[in-house]
Design a protein. Structure first.
Length: 235
């Protein structure tokens, strides 16, 4: 079972290392960075389950601006602000920026861990709705209970079992970059092979069926250096 992933954004090297070590020792995957630019680069590779975001960061963007950008990019990712002790304004601004919770510095590592686990539980519930049945994919609709892909007129579009499995994973993880290796292991139930192009071939076939222009995909997009991401229609 894959461990929950946390992105820690903290400019103080000592606090960053201390928090990273404590969380890793409690069965969490942690990537620690020191500023907003590094955070954006890391998120372009893969969206974590939770972001721990220091309010006071060097550079042009503080923690509030980064929280707003992050929430606009993904409604499901958990966000915890790390604020100055007793600063009610920081706490309010953090929550208004889209954060799920806040932890005041200096904090007890056990409190930080408890807050992380609480937000992660809520994030999981947000990302896996209990009655996910139909998901729009461009001009098509994926009917999960009946394992069907329907066009705009409601007609069944032929899918292999493998193609449906890939679309189901995308439907359950919208706007989240998914790696080729993880897609292969999840949908094929086998270990990856560095030369295995099965997922790429499957994506190519799917794009021919659902993309208006398969050569310029807008539904199943390529995320360079990572894999693929499903982008739901906005209208």
């Amino acid at each position: 079972m894959q461990l929950p992933s946390i992105l820690l954004v903290e400019d103080d090297a000592f606090q960053r290392k201390a928090a990273e070590t404590y969380l890793v020792n409690h069965d969490l995957r942690v990537i620690a960075v020191e500023n907003g630019a590094q955070m954006r680069r890391q998120i372009s590779r893969a969206m974590p389950d939770l972001v721990l975001l220091d309010v006071q960061l060097p550079g042009q963007e503080d923690g509030f601006a980064l929280a707003r950008w992050l929430r606009e990019s993904n409604t499901r990712v958990g966000i915890i602000m790390l604020t100055a002790a007793g600063d009610a304004v920081d706490k309010v601004l953090g929550l208004e920026s889209g954060a799920d919770d806040y932890v005041a510095k200096p904090y007890e590592p056990r409190e930080l861990l408890a807050r992380c686990k609480s937000v992660l539980r809520r994030s999981v519930n947000k990302s896996t709705p209990s009655r996910l049945e139909r998901v729009r994919m461009g001009d098509f609709t994926l009917d999960l209970p009946r394992r069907l892909l329907l066009d705009a007129a409601g007609k069944d579009v032929a899918l292999t079992s493998g193609e449906f499995d890939v679309l189901k994973i995308f439907a359950e993880n919208p706007n989240r970059p998914l790696s080729r290796d993880w897609l292969l292991e999840t949908t094929s139930h086998r270990s990856r092979d560095p030369f295995d192009r099965a997922i790429d071939l499957r994506i190519t076939r799917i794009r021919r069926k659902i993309e208006p222009t398969p050569e310029k995909p807008v539904v199943i997009r390529t995320v360079r250096g990572v894999g693929y991401m499903f982008v739901p229609p906005t209208e």
